[in-house]
Design a protein around this ligand. Structure first.
Ligand code: SF4
Ligand code: SF4
Length: 96
């Protein structure tokens, strides 16, 4: 797939790949369960499994298990955005 083919990708394919990115948490804004948080070099982030999947991602349904309290960066991620489509255009680094 090339950049010129990106328009062929649906707005959201429900692939869950955006939930395999590092999600940094904003102090004072994001209030997720502490059991799902890990700290990298002083930055609080959503913890991830070995394949990069956010620990809040349900592996069977590919839905967010903390949807109502998901981090701001997740709320602001636009389905069908350039980043979304570029993620989709790359070969998956994990089984979807
Ligand atoms: S990467 Fe894009 S298509 Fe896949 S689940 Fe996220 S928003 Fe939807
Ligand atoms: S918090 Fe929810 S929406 Fe955000 S990356 Fe994790 S599973 Fe995906």
């Amino acid at each position: 797939m090339t950049a010129s083919d990106l328009h062929l990708i649906p707005a959201c394919a429900g692939c869950g790949r955006c939930c395999h990115l590092v999600v940094e948490l904003a102090d004072g804004i994001d209030h997720v369960p502490e059991a799902l948080v890990v700290e990298h070099a002083g930055v609080r982030c959503m913890d991830q499994h070995g394949d990069g999947a956010c620990v809040a991602l349900d592996p069977a349904t590919r839905l967010c298990t903390i949807y109502e309290e998901r981090p701001r960066v997740c709320r602001e991620f636009d389905r069908g955005s350039d980043l979304c489509r570029r993620i989709l255009a790359k070969p998956p680094a994990f089984q979807v």
